[in-house]
Write a protein that binds this ligand. Structure first.
Ligand code: CP3
Length: 342
């Protein structure tokens, strides 16, 4: 089906655009009262994420309510470990928890390579419903966690500031670490390919914990697995967002991907130099959205002026914080549209 608004895809492919496309990581979520109402009805985050009709509904909400140029499928990166046989829980005010963790080869042997239709069919069904209901209005973004970030949660069992259990395994048991990373990678490739067949127009890889690794470790334990994913997905553009991996920008820019996501610590001009031939995405500090409307507009203008309007997708430098005022979000989105229009 032809898209009415294909700004995101044209920008990703490096084609000319009349204005810069804009969307927001975590746009489908708690900032919207309409999301909270559907989540209430579902009963829990996991119920919502595994009920395709409801997941589809909250995926489309930001398109209607915020005016973003793309939808991102409502799900979580942790559905992949779940699909491999490691269930998670979402604990209110605390975040995700894996009651069982994976720290030895014996633990790993219990897990399977996820079968997309069998183990993650509810996400694929949600994608098909979103594509039907969006009816070509904007592109749909699919996603998965980068293998290293998923490894962090599977081994640690919960969120952490340091992920020292996960990092300890890299030093003490490299063989196990690589074997687990490879199983996650195989699952992720099959899952992303299935998302594309179901209708995802672009896919993003979230390496949320990239920044806790040294450059050497990043080269050993994260990049090679992201590379496998990029090399396997050729049907649609791929975005790699590695939060905190300022030190690896050049190498990420050499991957077989079309877009590189930046966080707010990464300078726009310096990133353009390090990554000369790709579209960049980012990178407003989500905390700017706590400032006044005038300040938000001024920061957006500065951002669009330094990135330029082409080969650029405007976004925040990480997910929007749940207590952000939706009117401030609308101000951000409108300002990108205004300041980037030719
Ligand atoms: O971006 C979107 O709008 C699509 C939906 C989406 C969610 N999670 C929904 C969600 C996406 C793309 C994610 C990715 C995700 N999940 C990442 C990578 C991106 C990043 O933020 O770095 C990570 C690390 C996770 C793991 C995760 N899920 C954590 C740490 C938490 C708890 C923290 C929090 O925000 O509550 C979640 C829960 C989660 N995932 C929520 C949502 C809307 C909140 C739970 C709820 O609504 O009850």
């Amino acid at each position: 089906m032809n898209l009415q608004n294909d700004l995101l895809l044209r920008a990703a492919r490096g084609e000319e655009v009349e204005r810069t496309p804009v969307w927001m990581m975590r746009q489908a979520g708690r900032i919207l009262a309409e999301y909270r109402a559907v989540r209430e009805k579902a009963g829990s985050f996991i119920q919502l994420a595994t009920t395709p009709e409801l997941a589809a509904e909250v995926t489309i909400q930001p398109v209607d309510l915020l005016g973003v140029d793309a939808a991102i499928i409502f799900s979580d990166i942790l559905v992949v470990p779940e699909g491999m046989g490691l269930p998670y829980e979402m604990v209110e005010q605390r975040g995700p928890v894996f009651p069982r963790t994976v720290r030895t080869s014996a633990d790993l042997d219990q897990l399977r390579v996820a079968d997309p239709e069998g183990d993650l069919g509810y996400v694929l069904e949600a994608i098909r419903i979103v594509k039907r209901d969006l009816n070509g209005r904007v592109p749909l973004i699919g996603f998965a966690g980068a293998p290293f970030t998923i490894f962090c949660y599977m081994t640690e069992g919960k969120g952490s500031k340091t992920f020292s259990v996960a990092k300890k395994l890299l030093y003490t048991d490299p063989e196990f670490s690589h074997a687990l990373l490879q199983k996650i990678t195989d699952s992720t490739i099959a899952y992303l390919k299935a998302q594309v067949i179901a209708g995802a127009d672009l896919v993003q890889i979230f390496d949320s914990w990239a920044g806790i690794l040294s450059p050497d470790q990043y080269r050993t334990y994260s990049l090679p697995y992201i590379k496998q994913i990029c090399d396997a997905i050729n049907e649609v553009p791929v975005t790699v967002f590695a939060k905190g991996a300022f030190f690896a920008r050049q190498e990420i820019g050499e991957l077989n991907c079309q877009v590189v996501g930046l966080d707010w610590n990464m300078d726009a001009a310096e990133s353009r130099q390090l990554i000369p031939n790709k579209t960049l995405q980012g990178n407003l500090d989500p905390c700017v959205l706590y400032a006044t409307y005038d300040q938000i507009r001024a920061e957006v203008k500065k951002m669009v002026d330094t990135f330029g309007t082409q080969r650029y997708i405007a976004n925040l430098g990480h997910g929007v914080y749940p207590d952000t005022d939706p009117d401030k979000v609308r101000c951000f989105i409108e300002a990108v549209k205004e300041f980037s229009a030719k």
